[in-house]
Write a protein that binds this ligand. Structure first.
Ligand SMILES: Cc1cc2nc3c(=O)[nH]c(=O)nc-3n(C[C@H](O)[C@H](O)[C@H](O)COP(=O)(O)OP(=O)(O)OC[C@H]3O[C@@H](n4cnc5c(N)ncnc54)[C@H](O)[C@@H]3O)c2cc1C
Length: 382
């Protein structure tokens, strides 16, 4: 079977690119080895960053510039007016908050008062503080960023629904690469381009293709989940470092309860802790940051998960989405969920060296890949 593009990996990068490529008239198929929705994508906090958080470090630089236009592009999709129709996706919150206490509060006021930042972040007056900040004990400052937070389950389900039968499940043991073809069991595909969008799985695929570049890095996280009678919060607790001390997103459970999903420095610095230690540190952090909050009666769990990215000097977070090219093979690590539209732009640019074949493609007669579950649906609670 001749194809314009064969994609490996059904996370945000693979699915977004599949839909954009099909829309542009290319014949495209996607192969997934486990479950659609990805590994990192379904487990992400669903924040569509616009870079404000990064600008705080003074590195307004590439990171903030590249990512600055992402919330607008996603918002257009959520309203059904963008490059993809994401109108069925559940918007958990249209904005997030940055909060700070003590000495950092005055520094933040200066920063957000500056001309460059005034349109990005809005100081929330004391009489309009949302829960859980609407307490006399809260002495910090709160800023609202108009950057949305999405429910990753409905995001991935919406993309999969639209990708229809173009995504198939396969067993990597059945895969072999020839000079111009790709064999999956007894089926032969002849793709003009191959896109590796398999997250951490790209390393193994590059090896199978005999490619030594680009190199991948993993940056591990130890996320914490607390479930129970909690108010929904989407907020970053800022401290004097590049990363928030803690980032809280909230995700609905049946019966009106919420899961608080905790990232930021808590998750980055907690990778060597046992789950029990990490939960102890999370409780202590919340106890210090929101001392009036009642944490009794909550269920707790943790998740160890790697971010897969292009390797950078010193293992820093890459500033931008990455797309590399080795002949007909394209390799991507989007760095952020928010960067998916940028990955698709670059893949379409790479494909534009020849016209879309336009040949209609039906999915392979392989099994349909299932949808990946949310982390809190499968963890062990304590
Ligand atoms: C805990 C966490 C929180 C995050 N929060 C945010 C956030 O709030 N906002 C944000 O913008 N970014 C966030 N990120 C980053 C973001 O999730 C990732 O950059 C993005 O989801 C990566 O998408 P992907 O499609 O490249 O990879 P993945 O989502 O990992 O998908 C890769 C897919 O490839 C499949 N695969 C693997 N090997 C093979 C193979 N050999 N053949 C075929 N398929 C294969 C996997 O099964 C998987 O389905 C977060 C990341 C983590 C880990």
């Amino acid at each position: 079977m001749n194809l314009d593009l064969l994609i490996f990996g059904g996370g945000i990068a693979g699915l977004w690119t599949l839909l954009r490529a099909r829309q542009a008239g290319y014949s495209v198929l996607l192969l997934e080895s486990r479950a659609l929705g990805g590994v990192q994508s379904i487990a992400s906090q669903g924040i569509i960053h616009g870079g404000t958080k990064y600008a705080l470090t003074g590195r307004l630089s590439e990171a903030a510039r590249a990512i600055g236009e992402m919330p607008g592009r996603w918002r257009a999709c959520l309203e059904g007016k963008g490059e993809l129709n994401l109108s069925p996706v559940r918007l958990l919150s249209p904005h997030q908050y940055l909060w700070s206490s003590g000495s950092l509060a005055s520094g933040l006021a200066g920063f957000f008062g500056s001309r460059a930042m005034r349109s990005r972040a809005h100081a929330v007056p004391r009489n309009q503080l949302p829960p859980p900040f609407d307490q006399a004990e809260f002495h910090g400052a709160l800023y609202r960023l108009d950057e949305p937070v999405l429910d990753t389950a409905s995001l991935m389900a919406t993309l999969v629904e639209q990708a229809g039968g173009l995504c198939s499940l396969y067993a990597p043991g059945e895969l072999s690469f020839g000079a111009e073809s790709v064999r999956v069991g007894d089926r032969e595909l002849k793709p003009r381009h191959i896109l590796l969008a398999a997250g951490a799985g790209n390393a193994r695929l590059l090896e199978s293709l005999g490619l030594r570049h680009p190199k991948m890095q993993r940056r591990p996280l130890h996320m914490v989940m607390a479930a129970g009678a909690l108010p929904p919060v989407y907020a970053h607790a800022m401290e004097a470092s590049a990363n928030p001390r803690i980032t809280i997103t909230s995700h609905p459970l049946a019966g009106g309860e919420w899961v608080w999903y905790l990232g930021g420095n808590l998750a980055e610095r907690g990778v060597d802790r046992s789950p029990a230690e990490q939960i102890r540190v999370a409780r202590r952090e919340l106890g210090e940051l929101l001392p009036w909050l009642d944490l009794s009666g909550l269920k707790w769990a943790t998740l160890k998960i790697d971010r897969a990215e292009v390797a950078t000097p010193g293992g820093r977070r890459p500033d931008d989405a990455f797309l590399g090219r080795e002949g007909r093979v394209l390799v991507t690590w989007p760095t952020k969920l928010a960067f998916a539209p940028r990955v698709a732009d670059r893949v379409l640019e790479a494909l534009s060296d020849s016209a879309p074949s336009g040949s209609p493609v039906a999915g392979l007669p392989l099994e349909r890949a299932p949808l990946a579950p949310l982390p809190w649906e499968v963890v062990q609670w304590s």
